[in-house]
Design a protein around this ligand. Structure first.
Ligand code: ZN
Length: 524
């Protein structure tokens, strides 16, 4: 909507007739656009309303889980800037109720936050105001004329923002900083009062958490909370304790949770555009997956990592998820485990370390047949891996493929013989080798390619530990926020950039309703 309720209240026939033709036309364009939007909204039903394309990730082919929040408090809803003047600005941030660390956990059921019209709850904490920022509109919404400082003006609302900032020029660390934002309304020569708007991202049905400047926690404080939750793997309660003990901030667990969801929403377009594109254009991609348990349902946490990006996705389906992420035309090398979901891709690589581990297991078996097959696999795979490492520093005189042709042939025959073995593990490994035969030995022709999938396994490892601490994510929104933030954090780290200032900048822009800035460029 281009015009606020406050603007419309001021327009009447007398005002419109007073405007010169050109300015009246400009205003009509805004009125017409708002009228059309209002009509569309009236016609909207759950069936006809579609999300803007940017809000749905390509791998979310259909809804992945319940939207309802059962165990996790969503946190206070965004506090709307009041239409009328706010006498006590502290009232405006009142619904950011703080809970002392150690107090009983558990939010009341139902819609959280203050009901419309109910009295606000004053903040329990009062901090000194460190700086004041005045927001003025640049142009009159009615006639379009530029507005100057000299015009009559008044503050129509104020908000407080708590953030962390560096302690001074060139000094490291951070201190708590409270900014008082004064939003002014300015009276134009035509008589219309125009208000400095509060930034707000457009509504997206996929996210219940708002992206708005009307938020107690500043961008860098939200980034700090993300760092504590995701990188340092602290529980919400421990983050609350940290903020209380080190910054004197008493934020509720619900507010901390809301900050994490908001950050996850803010970076969503970056993940869905820039990151997916980087993964699709990768020349070499490592993929892996591990069990993840949001809402107690078994789904997978997928990782796709290349030289410049790491993408995490939580999804239930198998082949479709891979296809949705990689698209129709992925043409790079794809290193993965034996999971069938990756079989459609032409340029596949298999982790030889996986096969080696399985063969080692067979070699230690009590079954004679298994011991013999395991040893045979190892006598082929170990020299192949050694030769590949060797070839990277000094190219071989005779091609590796020729060097190992005889031993590979002997192993192939052994696999065919063991494919019907009575010993289950032996049978499985023999069949796996036969199924992936060509893929396994690609490294003989391309020794520069990796022998293992450690890159992807390492990328998952951090989050597997996080899952053990937090028992996974609990809501669809929390899961999405987690995967998005993990992707951004690991990609920034891969590009030798700190994720936190970038994350804060994304929040700053998205809270204004502006597009997110691009990811830090990959280091050459
Ligand atoms: Zn005007």
């Amino acid at each position: 909507m281009r015009l606020s309720k406050y603007d419309l209240e001021q327009f009447d026939e007398v005002y419109l007739r007073s405007l010169p033709e050109e300015r009246l036309q400009a205003l009509s364009v805004k009125l017409l656009a708002d009228l059309k939007e209002a009509h569309d909204r009236l016609n909207q039903t759950p069936l006809t309303s579609s999300r803007p394309p940017s809000t749905r990730a390509p791998w979310e082919c259909e809804r992945d889980g319940p939207e309802g929040d059962e165990t996790e408090a969503v946190g206070p809803p965004p506090v709307e800037p009041p239409e009328a003047e706010v006498a006590d600005p502290a009232e405006a941030v009142g619904s950011q109720r703080a809970r002392r660390p150690g107090a009983r956990r558990g939010a009341p059921a139902g819609r959280p936050g203050r009901a419309k019209g109910a009295p606000g709850v004053s903040r329990t904490q009062q901090f000194p105001v460190d700086s004041e920022q005045i927001h003025r509109p640049e142009r009159c919404v009615g006639c379009g004329a530029p507005l100057h400082e000299g015009h009559e003006q008044r503050t129509y609302t104020a908000r407080y923002e708590l953030d962390v900032v560096p302690p001074g020029e060139g000094r490291k660390g951070f201190v708590r900083h409270q900014t008082k934002h004064l939003h002014r309304e300015v009276r134009c020569g035509c008589g219309h009062w125009t208000r400095a708007k509060l930034g707000r991202g457009p509504a997206e049905t996929e996210w219940t958490v708002a992206l708005t400047e009307w938020h107690l926690a500043g961008p860098m404080l939200v980034a700090l909370i993300c760092s504590l939750a995701l990188r340092l793997r602290l529980s919400r309660a421990r983050i609350q304790e940290f903020l209380h003990d080190w910054l004197g901030l008493a934020l509720s667990v619900a507010t901390i949770n809301q900050c994490l969801h908001e950050a996850g929403r803010a970076v969503a377009p970056v993940v869905q555009d820039e990151l997916v594109q980087a993964v699709r254009e990768a020349q070499l991609l490592h993929a892996d997956e591990t069990g993840w348990k949001p809402w107690g349902q078994p789904v997978w946490l997928w990782v796709m990592t290349c030289a410049t990006a790491t993408l995490f996705v939580v999804g239930r389906r198998t082949r479709e998820v891979v296809q949705c992420i990689l698209g129709e035309t992925f043409g790079g090398w794809l290193m993965s485990d034996g999971y069938a979901a990756y079989r459609d891709y032409t340029w596949r690589l298999r982790c030889l370390a996986h096969i080696e581990r399985k063969a080692r297991g067979l070699k230690d078996s009590l079954e004679r047949q298994a011991r013999s097959f395991g040893s045979q696999v190892l006598t082929v795979i170990e020299p192949v891996m050694a030769a590949v490492y060797q070839a990277r520093s000094s190219p071989p005189q005779v091609p590796l493929r020729t060097q190992h042709a005889n031993s590979l042939h002997a192993l192939f025959v052994a696999c065919v013989q063991s494919a019907e073995s009575a010993h289950e593990k032996t049978r499985q490994l023999a069949r796996e080798l036969l199924n992936y035969w060509d893929t396994l030995w690609v490294v003989l022709d391309h020794p520069e390619l990796p022998l293992t999938n450690h890159e992807a396994e390492r990328a998952l490892q951090h989050w597997v530990i996080a899952r053990r601490i937090s028992q996974g994510t609990r809501t669809a929104q929390g899961t999405r926020a987690f995967a998005n933030l993990a992707s951004i954090i690991d990609t920034c780290r891969k590009r030798s950039a700190s994720p936190w200032p970038y994350l804060a900048e994304v929040l700053r822009q998205r809270r204004k309703g502006l597009p997110a800035p691009s990811l830090p460029a990959p280091t050459p």
